[in-house]
Design a protein. Structure first.
Length: 66
């Protein structure tokens, strides 16, 4: 089982910079694939159901995009 320290994913500044371009679908896919499991896992550990955790992932990605 991973510890909290092992679950930390360093955010690449270059990826964040590329996300400013809304049309850069490759970077958005990279961001999603990098972070969705972490977001989902935190939501599940907080006691949310599968469907609720999936909603949290979606809402978080939307918030980042905005």
């Amino acid at each position: 089982m991973a510890t909290d320290q092992e679950e930390i994913i360093p955010t690449r500044a270059s990826l964040l910079e590329r996300l400013k371009n809304w049309d850069d679908s490759a970077s958005w896919k990279d961001f999603f694939h990098t972070y969705w499991k972490l977001i989902y896992g935190v939501a599940r550990k907080a006691g949310l159901s599968d469907a609720e955790a999936q909603d949290v992932v979606q809402e978080t990605i939307i918030a980042v995009a905005q």
